[in-house]
Design a protein around this ligand. Structure first.
Ligand code: DP6
Length: 344
């Protein structure tokens, strides 16, 4: 059984590094749109499953130097990627009442920026490691609120298993306090998620930009957001009764609806490629053959297929058999973030 709780706070001595490991999560009811871009308050609540593949490992150490340094997959981070991390560290410093700069060393085991939730695992690991390095004593809820400020979906990767991220109520401080993630159990459902990778490169339009454009210009956004509230309520019930077909049906309709909102943005955004559609067709064919398999797709062309653990090999073989354009990786329920301290 996978632990769903966030790691207890670890404090490290000055000069020691804090190392956090976090896993990506895949939303079964999507987060798509912010009502507050500064505080990362979502328009709607969302629900995800944390995976046991593609972890991010991040070490943070306070340093004497004049600026933060960031090593990302063995290369110095620059430009927008560096600015995002510096801004996040500023937030942690403001919380901790400290000014020390930090050395950050981070590595993704999976592809980055390909709609495989690398920003979720990335900011969950950074939040946990930075909080420990700066001596912040945060419980899981507070850590999820902090991670949310780096990337909304990161709030959910603080916890393992099935996780809800509450939209929260109101604006400003009230919204900030009430928009947090929490585990909801259901891990004993133990489904598989077959990740069909059709493109591992970075996407042309970031999910942040895509959701902003969608909210501002798509006539389909409001109806989707309203139906997503119903989807979340039904999804919570389906998880509570361990009903995989219902979970899958809700997840698939919610994801396709989200893609409809961005296809109808102006100009439209299309992450789905012919290869994504080929995988979606294979999922339909599996279902027609009586295999309960359901697709979800994020801000990229890769398709994730939810099925039972027993059916995972059949689902993966079927998708692998489509051709060289697709490779699969089968994931299961994964753990919440963990933090360890240590000298370097
Ligand atoms: C399609 O969390 O990456 O994966 O908050 O702007 O960093 P920012 O966006 P991000 O968006 C995730 C969008 C999604 C759906 C989801 O994970 O719920």
């Amino acid at each position: 059984m996978t632990s769903t709780s966030a790691a207890p706070a670890v404090s490290v001595r000055p000069g020691e590094r804090a190392v956090a490991v976090a896993h990506p999560n895949i939303a079964l009811v999507k987060y798509w749109g912010k009502r507050d871009e500064t505080l990362f308050l979502p328009v709607t609540g969302s629900l995800s499953m944390t995976l046991d593949v593609f972890p991010t490992t991040t070490a943070v150490r306070l340093i004497d130097g004049p600026a933060d340094t960031v090593l990302f997959n063995d290369r110095p981070a620059t430009g927008a990627a560096l600015t995002k991390i510096e801004k996040f560290l500023d937030l942690v410093r403001a919380h901790a009442g400290r000014t020390d700069r930090a050395e950050v060393v981070t590595a993704n085991a999976g592809p980055t920026g390909a709609g495989l939730a690398s920003s979720a695992s990335g900011f969950a690991a950074l939040a946990a490691a930075a909080a420990a390095a700066y001596g912040l004593d945060l419980d899981g809820r507070a850590l999820s609120r902090l991670a949310r400020r780096g990337s909304g979906s990161a709030s959910r990767s603080i916890f393992g298993g099935f996780v809800v991220w509450h939209a929260g109520e109101g604006d400003g401080a009230a919204g900030d306090l009430s928009s947090y993630a929490e585990p909801i159990g259901g891990g004993d459902l133990d489904p598989a998620l077959v990740v069909a990778v059709v493109a591992a490169g970075e996407k042309a339009v970031s999910s942040r930009e895509a959701m902003r454009r969608t909210i501002e210009t798509s006539p389909f956004y409001r109806p989707w957001a309203e139906s997503s509230v119903t989807d979340l309520a039904e999804m919570r019930k389906a998880v509570a009764r361990r009903d995989l077909p219902a979970i899958g049906e809700i997840a698939e309709r919610n994801a396709l609806g989200m893609h409809a909102t961005m296809l109808t943005a102006r100009p439209g955004i299309r992450y789905l490629s012919p290869h994504s559609l080929a995988v979606l067709d294979a999922v339909l064919a599996l279902r027609a053959d009586g295999v309960p398999a359901y697709a979800t797709i994020d801000a990229g062309p890769n398709v994730k297929v939810l099925c039972t653990r027993a059916d995972a090999a059949l689902v993966a073989d079927t998708i692998d058999g489509l051709g060289d354009f697709v490779t699969t990786r089968t994931a299961h329920i994964g753990p919440g973030v963990t933090v360890t301290g240590g000298t370097r």
